[in-house]
Design a protein around this ligand. Structure first.
Ligand code: ZN
Length: 379
């Protein structure tokens, strides 16, 4: 293929991850009629991946040959540094995703999901996250001139509401649980406004996959990847990226994916048939405290396919890992420490052997939750 061909937008298809049925790109659907999530498959090959390297474009814009978008907006998202620390005989490479402009890896997913909505002609989107995803979507909406309606529980901390308002989001506070918030968001979406909840959005993973593309340029080998798993967007995005690289023959070996879950919120364990003693529910890992994520089977499938495993950590381990990270100078939110806590556990029980090279994305900034952070660290 010529360089010119490799630089044109890639073709892509959308199908149901459960029943496999193909669905058209238009009209916008966020869920298959059978009730399961949809996936976007982008047709990527070696030429397209090589075309992403070098060049003048910065941030995610350089990944135009492998992203399901016709036009990529300018952005400072991506290009996050990696720092490798020698920890108990293992090379642990932290990818500083919390340095993205909105403070988390979710900027990557929001970039593709919101830009795709713009291409489809939507001038407003509806989301039901008050956390990092809501902030990332609001920020992208602001950049692209798309109105963002955020549905959130009324008990959402004031600081998050203020940040969302600062980014121009319209806030809708709902009574009831997370499901009630989801239902209200769906009712508000429709013809002019697309629902882009990140648990379901099929474009989101393609933004997140760029993390894997960057990591293979930054690390000579990746033996293991440890990702915090709630809805699974980090793990599934990385799985998409590494799978595309492997299929193109650009990866010496597929890394093993380790799902790091918080005690009390470990549906991937159940999906993989791993039983573990009852533990107290985590209060620290609020970013991944999800009992029934819609993509749970897909997450378990990615772990199984790469011969990975799941590690469940308790708050005492998360708190210890967070203190270590802050002591090393990484100012991250408690949820981000789950992956490092799981890494330490797997090193100590021998499941990650000495001399391995491990990629650990540090997903979200601690700056948004300073009060909580200082409470845990000074405890
Ligand atoms: Zn289906």
């Amino acid at each position: 293929m010529s360089t010119r061909a490799a630089c044109s937008p890639p073709s892509f298809t959308i199908s149901c991850q459960g029943c496999g049925e193909a669905v058209p790109r238009r009209p916008w659907t966020w869920k298959h009629s059978c009730g399961l999530p949809l996936d976007v498959a982008v047709h990527v090959d070696k030429d397209r991946i090589v075309a992403c390297r070098g060049g003048d474009a910065g941030g995610l814009k350089r990944f135009a040959p492998v992203l399901p978008l016709a036009n990529l907006p300018d952005t400072a998202i991506g290009d996050t540094p990696i720092l490798t620390e020698e920890i108990e005989g293992v090379r642990v490479s932290f990818k500083l995703e919390y340095l993205n402009p909105g403070g988390s890896f979710k900027d990557r997913g929001a970039y593709v999901a919101v830009a795709r909505c713009a291409e489809m002609g939507f001038d407003s989107i509806v989301v039901d996250s008050s956390g990092n995803a809501g902030i990332a979507m609001a920020r992208m909406g602001l950049r692209l001139g798309i109105g963002v309606d955020v549905f959130l529980p009324e008990w959402t901390p004031d600081g998050k509401k203020r940040l969302l308002r600062l980014l121009g989001a319209r806030l809708h506070e709902c009574t009831g649980d997370r499901m009630a918030v989801h239902t209200a968001a769906l009712e508000a979406s429709g013809e002019g406004a697309a629902y882009v909840g990140h648990w379901w959005n099929p474009y989101f993973a393609h933004g997140v996959k760029t993390m894997a593309y960057e990591a293979v340029e930054q690390m000579p080998t990746v033996d293991y990847v440890v990702a915090p798993v709630g809805a699974g967007t980090v793990l599934l995005g990385l799985h998409t990226g590494f799978s595309e690289l492997a299929a193109a023959g650009l990866l010496p070996k597929m890394p093993r994916l380790i799902a790091a879950q918080a005690a009390g919120f470990a549906p991937v364990c159940a999906e993989l048939g791993v039983t573990r003693p009852n533990a107290e529910k985590s209060l620290l890992a609020d970013g991944i405290a999800i009992v029934d994520p819609p993509r749970r089977q897909q997450i378990a499938g990615a772990v199984r396919e790469t011969h990975g495993f799941v590690v469940v950590v308790e708050d005492v381990e998360i708190s210890h890992a967070l203190k270590s990270l802050v002591a090393m100078g990484y100012i991250v939110e408690p949820t981000s420490a789950v992956a490092f806590a799981a890494t330490l556990t797997a090193i100590r029980d021998g499941r990650i052997p000495k001399d391995s090279s491990v990629l650990v994305p540090l997903t979200g900034t601690g700056m948004k939750v300073l009060e909580e952070l200082t409470e845990v660290v000074s405890d």
